[in-house]
Design a binder for this molecule. Structure first.
Ligand code: DQA
Length: 151
């Protein structure tokens, strides 16, 4: 199972960015943890961060055939990007929306997600663990739908 992990704007600053909100783990540390967990679950993982909406769209557009599932923390694009919603619909791979913080408990402009309706589910509010929990959920979801899986 191959999983694409996409992180959007400002997430390269994790570790020093508002640690009270996002924790003190860097994105590299989260990716390292994710890779370990993926390997333990028999999956492989490719991680990519960009501050540019177009680069995230390009990565999503190329995902079909290369990955079985996606984790997406679109950062602030979560709340604005119809293009990311369209790309997820177009690529038609299972995607879990991820957030370190719990956007619903923050400013009202964070309460709406443009990508949620194109995702199979969402994990938010657990810091770096949100990514790990999302990976576990995605792998379980894919396993349950694999040919020959118990109904
Ligand atoms: C975030 C939440 C977003 O509202 C915010 O714009 C981010 C990070 C999170 O992981 O908690 O950049 O996606």
């Amino acid at each position: 199972m191959r999983v694409l992990v996409l992180s959007g704007p400002n997430l390269q600053l994790l570790g020093t960015r508002q640690p009270d909100v996002y924790g003190s783990e860097t994105l590299d540390q989260i990716h390292a943890r994710l890779k370990e967990r993926a390997a333990a679950l028999g999956a492989s993982l490719q991680a990519f961060q960009s501050n540019h909406e177009g680069a995230l769209l390009d990565a999503l557009g190329a995902a079909r055939g290369a990955f079985e599932g996606i984790l997406l923390n679109a950062g602030a694009f979560t709340h604005t990007s119809i293009a990311l919603f369209d790309a997820l619909k177009a690529v038609n791979l299972p995607c879990v929306e991820v957030h370190l913080s719990n956007p619903e408990a923050r400013e009202s402009f964070r309460h709406t997600s443009k990508v949620a309706a194109a995702c199979i589910g969402k994990v938010s509010g657990f810091g770096g663990d949100s990514y790990v929990l999302a990976l576990e959920g995605l792998i379980r979801w894919l396993g349950a739908r694999a040919p020959g899986a118990q109904q």
